[in-house]
Write a protein that binds this ligand. Sequence first.
Ligand code: COA
Length: 759
Amino acid sequence: MVNVVKPKPDLNLLFKPRGIAIVGASHTEGKIGHTIVANIVSNGYSGGIYPINPRPGVIVGHKAFQSVEGIQADIDLGIISVPARFVKESIEDCGRAGVKFIVIISSGFGEVGKAALERELVTVAHSYGMRILGPNIFGIVYTPFNLNATFGPADIRPGNVGLISQSGALGIALMGKTIVDKLGLSTIVSLGNKSDLNEEELLEYLDKDPNTKVVLIYMEGTKTGRDLIALARDVVKRTPVVVIKSGSSKRGAKAAASHTGSLAGSDRVFESAFEQAGLLRAHTLEEAFNWVRVFATGAIPKGDRILILTDGGGVGVMATDACERHEVELISDYQYLNDVFGGIVPEFGSTKNPIDLTGQRGDDAYLEALEASLKAEKFDGVIALYCENAQSKVVELSGRIIELLARLDNSKPLTFAFIGGKQTQVALDILHENHVAAYDHPDEAVSSMGALMRWMRMTQKPNQPGIALDFNRERVMDIISNARSQGREQLLETEAKSIFEEIGLSVPKSMLARNFEECLDFSDQIGYPIVIKIASPDIIHKTEAGGIRLDLQTRAEVENAYRTMMSNITARYPKARIDGVVVNELVPKGVETIVGSTTDPSFGPVVMFGLGGIYVEVLKDVVFRVAPINHTEARSMVRSIHTFPLLYGARGEKVKDIEAIADALTRISQLICEVPDIAELDINPMTALDQGKGCKVVDARITLTHKESSTHSHQNCDTLIPKESSNRSHKDNESVSERECDAFVQGYLNSLNLQEEGK
Ligand code: COA
């Protein structure tokens, strides 16, 4: 098959086609091919509509043609809704007619294992200069052009929210939900199997689209994660992007893969990658819709000094608690607060933030305080809470709020929580109808303000330059080639350490002793105290195997340790290949961290950092970033582990060298990008010494990709965290008793030993 370069027709023609051919437009009402034509017609699309059907006649008022080719008109969009076996010929028909974009509604391709057939469709389309949306989708909507080319609901509420959905059924359901929730849409694009057009190209278009203010993406997986991250970093500076990524549980990830035929990457990597790129990840549909609602108001925050206004103390406290969870900063300039609200708040209320008006003062005071808060310069955003009471005229109040906002021409970020009964629901409806971000729970109002604040911080983040890693690539490749020539994909510890030394990490003095005499000799050369470790490609978990002896103070101690280690290991692992022992300088006490990397199927090389040592698998206190990373990202990585206080001088300890850890992370991240032969690595422990003293690569391993593959192998990043561990979260572990924990660790270690003995 000839490889055709991806054509680049103007995406405007997908959203604003001059003419549309619907191949498989049915004469029978209720069939998908009929509904699509009916929706196009009823939404008032003004371009040419050309139903294609083997039988002549009229479909929803439009003459049916037998093929697209031969129609004398500018047809930019071909919608294909015929059984899978006819799709290819329909694409060719469209191609001959000069169509630019194909929307394939039909199912029966990649999602049912027919990936080759799907690729063939793309090749055919590209050979005619066309691009494909789908297959296996419900269509496309673009309200500014009155286009509803879907078999979803006929009614669509126009607005400024762009929705991109990988799932068809959910996308259709969301179309309905936007009507009920009174959220207006600029576009809905169904992506389905993403055979050709994907989130990246659409996001790029919607970012430039003046009719779209916020984008909501529902995603199950991506094979082009790195492209998405690279693009999103730029897009989010202008357009907020909320993402719902399903398949986060292990079970969910499997369901997603079989549902769409796409690979679902490790969820931890997705979470980190989204954060890196500034994509706002929502965990539920409700949360996503809540956030989108506040972005759709178009408010652009100037700062993060937030005020809470309330007529009820309880909800005020709830909102204050929520602010901590959702990273919302509350203004605490009490003098200023008193100056602004002193005359409005009753004596028994509060002018501290939250401003508590109490129920006593009524709606007039509420509006007066709201107006004051929107006018006051020092407040960058307002969270206004309202509890309906016997005196409330909440419906009337909602109308008065809308008048106030119009009179002030308000552009300050503002979220409401209205709590109450039926009348409150009516009031909320009125507020939604008028594009006000109002919710029925304080947490939602705060969470939405929090999303706005996170987005603002993202837009203000300066673009950090990457780092250039200066190292002798040839030397690194020599080490790798040497291991490969010996049929090894696992580098020896000494080889791994040489590579780390080459990229500028600090490695304790270390020498490979192939026999007893060398071991004594090298110990003398390095100087006591000494550490010896077994060197064997077959023994990876050395501590558990009894292959490490620490703090050997004298020649005699080394002699004794060597003999004991050798006799124990040869008895326990008779088949293991032993290269000797590594004699090491003893590293002073510090905090044991882990630095690792793996290759994620969606995002490629990723770097990991966490609390190291032998409990890494148990605590799972690790974070990931898509490589490469710069110093700023590396520092934020270090800060984001739960046990960061251990590095920051907990319990009277000295602060550790956080800058040195961050530096090591940037270097590792660069190494794995520049040397694709490295499939995985870990440095465990990398001991963080006191501030200014650096960190030391104490133990290290590097695993190479399989020989045949010159690029990164596709391994899941969860491989860094052994599956044998419990699925308890870090928090859960805190409540586990020491005995339970020890028993658990012992079980885990036993399972490792069993595996090794089974070799
Ligand atoms: N060119 C033009 N019209 C053709 C055609 C061709 N090559 N082959 C068939 N047709 C016509 C048929 O005659 C029929 O018209 P009619 O009803 O007037 O006779 C119409 O196209 C539809 O064909 P039909 O065989 O009846 O198929 P269908 O409507 O039962 O199913 C699909 C077609 C595409 C809907 C179906 O194959 C499918 O893939 N369904 C799943 C869709 C889906 O769920 N997508 C994902 C959404 S999230």
